[in-house]
Ligand binder design. Sequence first.
Ligand code: G6P
Length: 372
Amino acid sequence: AAAEKGGFPSFMEKEINEQPMAVEQTLMGRTDPEGNLVLDELKIDESVLRAVDKIVVVACGTAAYAGQVARYAIEHWCRIPTEVELAHEFRYRDPIVDERTLVVALSQSGETMDTLMAVRHAQEQGAKVVAICNTNGSTIPREADAALYTHAGPEIAVASTKAFLAQITAAYLLGLYLAQLRGNKYKDEIAGILAELEAMPAKIQAVIDTQDQVKSLAQQMKDAASVLFLGRHVGYPVALEGALKLKEIAYIHAEGFAAGELKHGPIALIEEGQPVFVIVPSPRGRDSLHAKVVSNIQEIRARGAVTIVIAEEGDEAVADYANHVFRVPQAPTLLQPLLATVPLQIFACELATAKGYDVDQPRNLAKSVTVE
Ligand code: G6P
């Protein structure tokens, strides 16, 4: 088993370290020499894809957070209204789905029963389903109308890491492909975003290379009773994923919040010594979100929180209010989750290890849940 872990103490740590490769392999072979996206696997008539007027992403767990990231990207690039729904909630609300709806089922294993049932329900209503999946020939991609595989390689640890980054990558490709096909207003951005995507594996590696700093903080925080995570825009699902990782493997109470929601409730939780991770959007992004999140950091710091900030290299505005700063390379806002998630995974993995837990086989959880 030691050999299978490639010298790492756990599969989870190995898989975190494989993320540059997982993203690179998911991008590979999907562009032609002119730089156009070619998704031959997407065996749904182009006329059908052009007519899509709504996208619904269905998934569970970590995959559902990948879906939330996908929504921001797909809506921005394609201008198609996109919803994300937990697969087990989807069919029970009598969702409005028809022939012009494209359902995207995200699943690492391709065997999650809740997601499979959502796929079947969507198909019964006439929708086409694209599966984004990491396991060749599994049930969800077989039943879907088309499958876009992530090429992360087998993921053994129960808590998903490299599959998550690969799911996000594949969802970006799907969004860019639909934008390309439909020739809409963000078409000009496609080539630029593709080039930025190609640069992500090296940037992910740069984040991994700072892991000692994250690990030493995890060691220091090993007795924390609760950890909060704040993020905004695509940083919000990153915050949710950071919290989920801590719950899953370190058994610590953890919650992710949309940073804008802080003043509507969660700020009441802040007291002296409360650790709070904050995922800071790029200062180069639109909409002054950066300034708003920096002021959130100020607010919680003033109330005694220990602030752990994930910010871009060169973002000096965060320095005054951060107890700890982890830097990620600069990237377009929509792609930042591929970087900002990584320190949170390393933190959870190291903290759980420091507590003496088996990070690969957390209690009560299964890698793939094949019952409803
Ligand atoms: C289980 C796993 C999670 C995973 C979820 C969805 O609950 O413990 O780590 O995110 O299933 O799995 P899927 O294979 O559909 O991506």
